[in-house]
Design a protein around this ligand. Structure first.
Ligand code: ACO
Length: 426
């Protein structure tokens, strides 16, 4: 039976339909609210606003649950490959063996990057952040790879190109930033192995592929693959809703992810821990600053809009971080600082009262350092992991019969009407 919520306004009762999801979460459908009452809703940061129906990712922030297409992320991190998880997110189910082979061939065939794209690096000011470059490059892909004849073909090839080429571009940007020769993708390597090889292989020192590093990258990417309607994904959906091409929508997602309150936090965590390690900030001072309302500083890698308990991704990341450093015999002093900081913060009444726990970014930087990724590439690594999620979410929105241009309203608080005063009279 259909359920409703009754709203009483100025003596009139309005019935607003209740929508219930497959895991029992409910929402009030307010799409007729303004037409019937003249009212709109106000929800800064959209903290209580559902922007779409989605069958891709389920998360429960109170109990710390994360599932892709119904499968717990813990199981995927344990048993799946990144490529398989990508397929799952985009196509809604795990691939058969044949589908997996076909997908691998498509990714391999599309993994080369137009050499003219190198110009991006030579023409960007030195020292530019790789996220800015990546966002521009992805946007430019539309000009390098013109549209195909049918929409279906176009969508499929665009998704494949993005998944295959952005990984190559990211490794290429690192090589060029070091002044080294570009290493091309190889058909005999897996998705994760190929990336590491393109990053670290050199003619004078062949890259020694370590099982632990490949596994760490696999888990890192799976954990970042989707996270429902977060800031960057919502940006992809919002920009996409204007019916721009997919490259432009993904470019917007990359730009949003760059921010330190979002994906940029993994870099910010390492910078914070480094300051602690070199003595410019003590652990106690960092915690005190984070609590001080007159100081804009926040404990990076802590807190989350949805999770009010330990982020399930952070749990897996922390465990993997410990195992990785131990098996690779790496002694990273930043891991000690992170553990110390977590221990103090989790006992502190401020963090307890505010439900602030480590998020995925708290330990991920230490994992990335261990596999040799430079700090300024951390957020790019996040972007590579999130790419399938953005694509899946964009695709879902294009299939939605209710797909409308995203266009929130506002409550105007500016000056009321007054007349223009000519310059001489001001
Ligand atoms: N350090 C100190 N205080 C914090 C932190 C933090 N990391 N996070 C939230 N708070 C406090 C706020 O000051 C606020 O306190 P108040 O209610 O006393 O004023 C309260 O907790 C709620 O904070 P909001 O900013 O309203 O929470 P919101 O859901 O908008 O923000 C966010 C979530 C942006 C992730 C926030 O927790 C934060 O800035 N964290 C640090 C940056 C970070 O790690 N970002 C990565 C997030 S995960 C991801 O995007 C992959």
């Amino acid at each position: 039976m259909d359920k409703f919520v009754t709203l009483t306004y100025e003596g009139k009762e309005i019935q607003l339909p209740l929508i219930t999801g497959s895991e029992g979460e409910s929402a009030i459908d307010i799409s007729r609210l303004r037409a019937e009452t003249g009212l709109i809703t106000m929800d800064p940061g959209y903290a209580n606003t559902g922007s779409c129906l989605s069958a891709i990712t389920f998360m429960d922030g109170e109990t710390g649950i994360l599932r892709y297409r119904g499968i717990p992320v813990e199981q995927l991190a344990e048993q799946s490959t990144f490529k398989e998880t990508v397929y799952l997110l985009i196509n809604g189910r795990l691939p058969t063996r044949d589908e997996h082979t076909q997908f691998s061939i498509m990714l391999n065939d599309n993994s080369l990057v137009h050499t003219d794209l190198k110009a991006f690096f030579s023409n960007y000011p030195r020292g530019s952040h790789p996220m800015g470059i990546l966002s521009s490059m992805v946007n430019a892909m539309k000009s390098f790879y013109p549209a195909l004849d049918t929409m279906e073909e176009e969508i499929n090839i665009t998704m494949t190109r993005l998944l295959a080429k952005v990984r190559t571009m990211a490794a290429m940007s690192y090589k060029i930033s070091r002044g080294h020769e570009i290493v091309l993708p190889r058909p005999d390597l897996t998705y994760c192995e190929n990336f590491l090889n393109m990053m670290f292989d050199t003619p004078v020192k062949p890259y020694e592929m370590k099982r632990e590093a490949v596994n760490a990258l696999r888990v890192f990417w799976i954990l970042h693959a989707d996270h429902e309607q977060n800031c960057s994904t919502s940006s992809v959906r919002m920009v996409g809703s204007a019916r721009v091409n997919l490259y432009a929508a993904i470019s917007a997602g990359i730009a949003a992810l760059w921010g330190p309150l979002h994906g940029g936090a993994n870099q910010a965590v390492i910078e914070m821990l480094t300051k602690m390690e070199n003595g410019s900030d003590s652990c106690a001072k960092v915690v005190e600053r984070a609590k001080d309302k007159s100081d804009p500083f926040r404990l990076m890698g802590f807190g989350h809009r949805v999770y009010k308990t330990y982020d399930p991704r952070a749990k897996i990341m922390k465990k993997m971080c410990d195992e990785l450093l131990e098996s690779m015999q790496i002694d990273d002093p930043l891991l000690d600082r992170a553990r110390e900081l977590e221990e103090i913060a989790l006992k502190d009444p401020y963090f307890i009262d505010h439900n602030l726990y480590p998020n995925v970014d708290f330990y991920s930087g230490i994992v990335l350092r261990a596999i040799g990724i430079p700090t300024n590439m951390f957020t790019v690594m996040f972007a590579l992991g999130r790419l399938p999620g953005w694509i899946a979410q964009w695709r879902e929105s294009t299939d939605d019969p209710l797909w409308k241009i995203s266009r929130p309203r506002q409550i105007y608080t500016g000056a009321q009407k007054y007349d223009y005063v000519p310059m001489h009279a001001r």
